[in-house]
Design a protein around this ligand. Structure first.
Ligand SMILES: Nc1nc2c(ncn2[C@@H]2O[C@H](COP(=O)(O)OP(=O)(O)O)[C@@H](O)[C@H]2O)c(=O)[nH]1
Ligand SMILES: [Mg+2]
Length: 246
């Protein structure tokens, strides 16, 4: 791996003092740059991040949002920060990655190689259950994900296997198209990104490993209703609510 990072990952952090693993991020500080977005956490996330930054000042950047804005807005702000930060201006790929490292950071370098050798504008991590891959996901979540993908195809013509995985990377020149405007949805902004990138190639990278980590702040039975409800509403102002047939 080269010493100049080619990939910067934005890590949205909301009350992550217990789940953040400074050692795991430090292990990748030579090959990756990180922008941690502290989204108005009320626990000690901000001091954990400040300590982490001291250990790797060149690779770790911290953006503090005063009030909690939700994952979509925290990611959006982090992506725009990374794209505009002079110290990161040589980095061609910028992405976002869940703080709990459900997708281990060891997936990032091969995903970047895959992306760099493609013509894709964006590459999404995809939790495809296949021989040899360690995808540790509950049966319920897996089935909910399959149903969601089916409905997303039906409603938006979004033919993507896994739109909701929290590991996605983007070529720098497409970041404005995907992130310049605030998202309408709270849970499924990933689908809004797909709609915004209409006409550009989005590739899916089959992850070798993904682990369900407890302590989810986004997913509950009640949020499922919100998620399916948002699917029905987000389309209306994004490219007429449906991707073009290509
Ligand atoms: N900024 C922000 N991030 C959040 C919020 N809720 C969850 N996240 C982040 O979103 C990512 C995924 O959250 P997680 O709780 O693991 O949800 P999961 O997708 O159900 O596993 C983590 O990086 C969280 O810190 C929130 O309100 N604001
Ligand atoms: Mg999680």
């Amino acid at each position: 791996m080269s010493s100049t990072p080619s990939l910067c990952l934005v890590i949205p952090c909301y009350n992550e003092e217990k789940r953040l693993s400074p050692a795991k991020f430090a292990e990748f500080a030579k090959s990756l740059a990180f922008v941690f977005v502290n989204d108005g956490s009320s626990d000690s996330t901000s001091s954990v991040l400040a300590e982490m930054k001291k250990t790797c000042p060149g690779s770790f950047h911290v953006l503090n949002l005063e009030k909690n804005q939700g994952k979509a807005e925290a990611v959006r702000r982090g992506m725009l920060f990374a794209a505009g930060e002079p110290a990161l201006s040589c980095i061609e790929w910028i992405g976002f990655w869940d703080a709990d490292l459900s997708t281990p950071l060891s997936e990032a370098p091969p995903m970047l190689d895959f992306a760099s050798s493609s013509s894709a504008a964006a590459v999404f991590g995809s939790r495809i259950m296949r021989p040899g891959a360690k995808i540790n996901r509950s049966f319920f979540r897996h089935m909910a994900g399959r149903l969601f993908a089916f409905l997303a195809r039906l409603k938006l013509n979004a033919g993507v296997y896994d739109s909701q995985c929290g590991a996605k990377i983007f070529r720098r020149r497409h970041i404005q198209a995907a992130f310049s405007r605030p998202f309408q949805s709270r849970w499924i902004f990933d689908l809004e990104i797909i709609l915004r990138l209409d006409g550009r190639v989005i590739a899916e990278y089959p992850l070798s490993e993904w682990n369900e980590i407890s302590g989810s702040k986004l997913m509950s039975l009640s949020s499922m209703w919100g998620i399916f409800g948002e699917l029905w509403t987000i389309g209306s102002s994004e490219t007429g609510g449906k991707l073009s047939d290509k």
